[in-house]
Design a protein. Sequence first.
Length: 72
Amino acid sequence: MHIRKEIKNHSGTIGYELSDGTQVNVEETINLAKNNLLNNIVVDQDNVGNDYIYSANNEVDSLPIITQVNWD
């Protein structure tokens, strides 16, 4: 499975749409990546210990964006 789109609201990224059409929040995305269920996605930590995802080929940085007001 891979990440197809980024979901954002006024606060920033709130989740991702996966290749199967499922929409998951950031925490769920990180857990999927930790369990090696997302192709080419790696989990790392910033300087204060917060997990974040990235991909070696920058596919996460160039995703189409879905703008959403609320997470439902």
